[in-house]
Design a binder for this molecule. Structure first.
Ligand SMILES: [Zn+2]
Length: 398
């Protein structure tokens, strides 16, 4: 293809438009606040007329809506822009040890419908679990807003997927190995099969944190049965080459420590995961561990300090490697944060090379049981946000 080739020029033009549509769309907020065409033109250094043409297309494509003109101020009143609600929806699904969830999420991140079944998923055959999940998804779709378009379905799974995101390599807590969820998935809407993609559940959860803070950089660590983690840098989840990045739970914190569920020795998870905490404290559950810590019981406090040390060692390695200064703790690590705070800060300040120069923030992420399913829904909408042209051109042609 030479530069003189007219089809090449046309292709370049359309890919520039497509990239610009994505860029403009990325500047438009969901519900919180709004922007005007002039704001976006100034932010992106584009002309007002270029931005206006792109916005018009996004409005016709039903991805963006114009609000009421704000009165007052000098000059022409600005028309506020927001993402269109209930127009594009995505099925966010979750298979976890103890529940199946189907949600319907729209472009603004609003969860429109939730269907949940609490049961012992480990006892189910994977085909049975996927069958029940499809039933829940069908119920969720019955609540779909009239005239909305479905982007597809994304499944959040507590495990490691192959590079293409189709096969579960290992999901030890579920007992799934070599399972291909999409091969066990049957769901149609208006006679069309709904494609299913799978993703790691913690990466999905991290997307819900990014929804509230789109350009953020952080390491998210959540304590469940195991330890899950995800890294976001400038608003992007760090996937690594195969989507296997950010397994902080399996960073070694004690080479002579306990056997981990992964088969290795002394991983962070073997100390700060629920099993390790209950083993070391002799408590029957995390709630009773917290109660014992509140009552100043020595063994409970020592167990939590041990977990804080281990978390500090693993996080320091990650921070030194990644240059991220914000830590978000979820699950039981969030609940234990008040008891870990001083010890964790001491370890981080000692071990992170630049801690004295920048400071390290530790925040607690609010507990939300549906976080992974909601995040899966957001992941499904990611393709619309990354490439709106493909999505709206069908409507523009009408
Ligand atoms: Zn491990």
């Amino acid at each position: 293809m030479t530069p003189q080739d007219p089809s090449a020029a046309k292709m370049t033009q359309s890919s520039v438009r497509s990239a610009n549509l994505a860029l403009v769309l990325s500047r438009i907020p969901g519900e919180e606040g709004s922007v005007s065409r002039a704001d976006i033109a100034a932010q992106l250094g584009m002309t007002r007329s270029t931005v206006s043409r792109l916005i018009d297309d996004l409005i016709v494509g039903r991805l963006v809506r114009e609000g009421e003109t704000s009165a007052g101020g000098r000059g022409r009143p600005a028309v506020p822009l927001n993402l269109q609600r209930r127009s594009v929806v995505s099925l966010g699904l979750e298979v976890n040890v103890e529940r199946l969830v189907a949600t319907l999420v729209d472009l603004t991140g609003e969860v429109l419908v939730v269907r949940q079944r609490d049961l012992d998923v480990v006892a189910l055959d994977p085909a049975d679990a996927m069958g029940q999940l499809a039933e829940l998804a069908t119920e969720a779709l019955e609540g779909r807003p009239a005239g909305s378009r479905l982007t597809g379905a994304t499944l959040a799974l507590p495990g490691l997927l192959d590079r293409s995101g189709t096969r579960v390599l290992r999901a030890p807590n579920l007992g799934w190995e070599g399972v291909e969820p999409s091969a066990l998935w049957r769901l149609s809407v208006d006679g069309e099969p709904v494609a299913l993609r799978s993703a790691n559940d913690i990466d999905c959860s991290a997307l819900t944190v990014l929804r509230d803070d789109p350009q953020a950089s952080f390491i998210y660590v959540t304590g469940e049965v195991g330890i899950g983690s995800a890294v976001a840098i400038n608003g992007e989840i760090l996937a690594g080459r195969s989507g296997w990045a950010a397994e902080l739970g399996h960073v070694c914190v004690d080479p002579h420590g306990h056997l981990c569920g992964c088969g290795s020795i002394g991983c962070l998870e073997s100390v700060a995961g629920a099993r390790g905490l209950l083993r070391d404290s002799g408590q029957p559950g995390v709630a009773s561990l917290i109660a014992a810590a509140e009552a100043d019981e020595d063994l409970a406090l020592a167990t939590i300090e041990g977990a804080a040390d281990a978390l500090g060692i693993a996080l320091s390695a990650a921070l030194n490697l990644l240059d991220v200064e914000n830590i978000r703790l979820g699950g039981h690590l969030g609940q234990l944060e008040p008891f870990m705070r001083d010890r964790l800060a001491a370890v981080l300040n000692q071990r992170v090379l630049w801690a004295r120069h920048s400071g390290i923030e530790v925040e607690v992420v609010e507990r939300a049981p549906l976080r992974a399913a909601m995040g899966a829904g957001l992941a499904g909408l990611g393709q619309v946000i990354a490439d709106p042209a493909t999505w709206i051109d069908e409507l523009l042609a009408d």
